[in-house]
Design a protein around this ligand. Structure first.
Ligand SMILES: [Ca+2]
Ligand SMILES: [Ca+2]
Length: 137
C-alpha cells in the first residue's frame, strides 16, 4: 500500500481511456474469478469491493464496525452489480458497475486533490500510475 494524491480528473481520465480501463477490468476480473467459470460469485466479488475501499471513500463507513450491517451493505452492493439478478456477475456487469462507481467517486472528489491510501493493483492505484507515467513521458 502507498499514499497517493488523486483528484477527480485522474480517475475520470483513466475510466475514459477505453483501452487502459478495459485491460485493467479484464485483468481484475480474471484474477477475482478464482474458479474460472467466467462469472463472479458473491464471495469472489467481495474481495474486489474490499480492495476498492468503497466504504471509506465512497460511503464513509468504517469497515470494522458492525458485521451484520456490513453484510447487508455487501449484499446490496452485490445486487447492484448483478444487473440481471441471476446470482452472479459477468464481465459486462462488472465493467459497467466499476465504471459507474469510479465516475461517482471522481464526481465526489471534484477538482480538489486528496491523499488516499491505495493498495497495489487497485483500480485507483492504476489510475494514479497511468497519470504519472503520462506526465513523465
Ligand atoms: Ca467464478
Ligand atoms: Ca448477472
Amino acid at each position: 500500500m502507498s499514499v497517493e494524491v488523486l483528484d477527480g480528473a485522474t480517475i475520470r481520465n483513466f475510466v475514459e481511456d477505453e483501452q487502459a480501463f478495459e485491460g485493467s477490468v479484464h485483468d481484475r476480473f480474471a484474477r477475482l474469478d478464482t474458479n474460472k467459470d467466467g462469472r463472479l460469485s458473491y464471495a469472489e466479488l467481495m474481495k474486489e469491493l474490499q480492495s476498492l475501499r468503497v466504504f471509506e471513500t465512497h460511503f464513509g463507513v468504517d469497515v470494522k464496525t458492525d458485521p451484520s450491517e456490513l453484510s447487508l451493505t455487501y449484499n446490496s452492493l452485490f445486487h447492484q452489480f448483478d444487473h440481471d439478478s441471476n446470482g452472479s456477475v459477468d464481465l459486462e456487469e462488472f465493467k459497467a458497475e466499476i465504471r459507474k462507481m469510479m465516475l461517482a467517486m471522481a464526481n465526489g472528489l471534484g477538482f480538489l486533490p486528496i491523499q488516499m491510501v491505495l493498495e497495489e493493483g487497485s483500480f485507483l492505484k492504476e489510475a494514479v500510475e497511468r497519470e504519472s507515467s503520462k506526465s513523465s513521458a
